[in-house]
Design a protein around this ligand. Structure first.
Ligand SMILES: [Zn+2]
Length: 183
């Protein structure tokens, strides 16, 4: 049971937070670090980790953080492009794309394909527990869970589940503010 985690390596606090969530969830997180590629072509490596129906990732988790918007580097890693590529590979393989974002840190970076959206408070132990259980139930135990809402964004028409219980959000696809009206 593997989840491919799409993120910026500069968002260390968010990555640490999710490492704790994954820790005893029964689900393995696969973090792609471009430094570890050892000369291999990232496009193939990523596609091979996500695509296969057997042995590939069950879903892609996108962790939105400041590093996604403004990589604190001038090295040509093209974080933006890689995240969108990973999302595209997931969409093309019928895998779910979950977008996670800090309640206190709105990241104005649109994700073109989203099936699930959830916010958290960074460092909140309760949220670690809640999301660990959710991930364990859905991906390790294969229990079907009910999201807080399943919505269609009135502005961009994207359809996705919302898991954090709030009635307002910035749509992860178009990033515009919406008030949830359940379908
Ligand atoms: Zn939208």
């Amino acid at each position: 049971m593997t989840i491919f985690v799409s993120h910026s390596k500069y968002d260390k606090d968010i990555r640490q937070f999710f490492s704790e969530i994954f820790a005893i969830s029964g689900v393995k997180a696969s973090y792609m670090e471009f430094e570890d590629l050892d000369g291999k072509y990232a496009g193939f490596e990523i596609a091979n980790k996500i695509k296969p129906m057997i042995g590939g990732a069950q879903a892609v988790f996108v962790l939105l953080g400041k590093g996604v918007l403004q990589p604190t580097t001038q090295t040509p890693e093209f974080t933006h492009n890689w995240i969108n590529f990973e999302v595209g590979v997931a969409a093309g393989s019928n895998k779910r794309v979950w977008v996670f974002e800090d309640f206190n840190n709105f990241i104005k970076f649109p994700i073109p394909y989203v099936t699930d959206y959830a916010r958290f408070n960074l460092g909140d132990d309760e949220h670690i527990k809640i999301y660990r259980e959710l991930i364990e139930n859905i991906f390790a135990k294969k229990i079907s869970m009910k999201p807080t809402w399943t919505i269609t964004c009135k502005l961009c028409h994207a359809e996705y589940n919302v898991w954090d219980g709030q009635e307002t959000l910035n749509c992860p696809v178009c990033r515009r503010a919406i008030v949830i009206k359940p379908i």
